[in-house]
Design a protein around this ligand. Sequence first.
Ligand SMILES: Cc1ncc(COP(=O)(O)O)c(C=O)c1O
Length: 411
Amino acid sequence: MTPPEQNENTPLPPASAAWSPSTRLTHDAAQGAHQPVVPPIYQTSLFTFASYEEMEQTVSGEQPRSIYSRGHNPTVAAFEAQVAALEGAETARATASGMAAISMAVLSQLRAGDRVVCVRDVYPDAYKMFTQLLPRFGIHTDFVDGSDTDAFIAALPGARLAYLESPTSLTFQLQDLEAITRAARQHGVTTLLDNSWATPLHQRPLSHGVDLVVHSASKYLGGHSDVVAGVVAGPHALIDRMNALEYSVLGGKLSPLEGFLLLRGLRTLPVRLAQQAAAGMQVATWLRAQPQVLAVHHPALASGIQAERFQRYFRGTSSLFSFRLGGGPLRVRGFINALKLFQLGVSWGGYESLVYPAAIGHSAPPGPNAQRDFAVPTDLIRLHVGLEDPQDLINDLQQALDAGEAAMPQP
Ligand SMILES: Cc1ncc(COP(=O)(O)O)c(C=O)c1O
């Protein structure tokens, strides 16, 4: 018998559907007996029962409440309820990492022999899952340029799952969600989208026909670079099925302490994102005017069809983008080593500005067609703009560009 907690609907805190996200996020959970303004951390593995009858009623699902923290924990459930509300989803499931959310959601949709269509230049560990883990179970993935809607749609017939990341997190290409999800529905293909870049404040994929949304909550949702976590949001029909098998047997649950930190992070998401987005635009616009910079990949600065997609699907931007620095590897190395405020690091979405040179590693994970399916240029540099003053960041970039120039071989 499946314990009822694994089918249990995530309880929504008493909040009004009319509230805007920032109001909702400051009223984030039902308060306990002592009415603390901050919901408590239920740091417990199990929950006990007063009697045989009470346990029996709970296990049979008659009386929904927590039994064991791998299935349901009130602190984690409060975070899940917030994400579900922000995404406009029926329910959500928090996980131990973004990759746990991605792998459990993907596995919940697939059977041996299935085919997946995935966007090119996808997050590298998702790419690794599609090219190294899933083939063990006879599951094949075709990687298609997600910005080419016709090509993506042409690959859908016969597939079970379409995996989207809009924008892609290194090259920042956007997909036409409505055209793709319409075609996917016609062909019985489930769609799943990684929405970590935009956050539900700026893109709500379910409202554009996407079936399942995943997040690395380690990024903007947490916002303080102190949590690794993930979340999947969508309809009960899909999430409850994942809860009943993949989630419960793979066990990638979120800890109550991290659920608490995520609730704390979410409260300031609207203000952090607004400030970081504005600073990011200022920095990206400045970079675009520098002679050494070949191109800036920022969804809000895109042109043509990419700009149309940005207008159509996004309510705002975040502060992660990339650019290409011409002049070769010595200039890139000299530039990176000269930066003082931008710290060298892999993640993003926290309070601090970060730089990540694609050439260092993640750019070409192994795979049979890695050069084609993961064509991230080696002179690509990704920036995450944090909460520092943008003029200080621009000054830092200026002196680092000068240092990069000096590091080049002199004629
Ligand atoms: C776009 C994107 N999706 C998913 C992940 C995976 O998330 P996590 O590191 O929380 O497992 C990352 C991590 O960097 C990411 O950048």
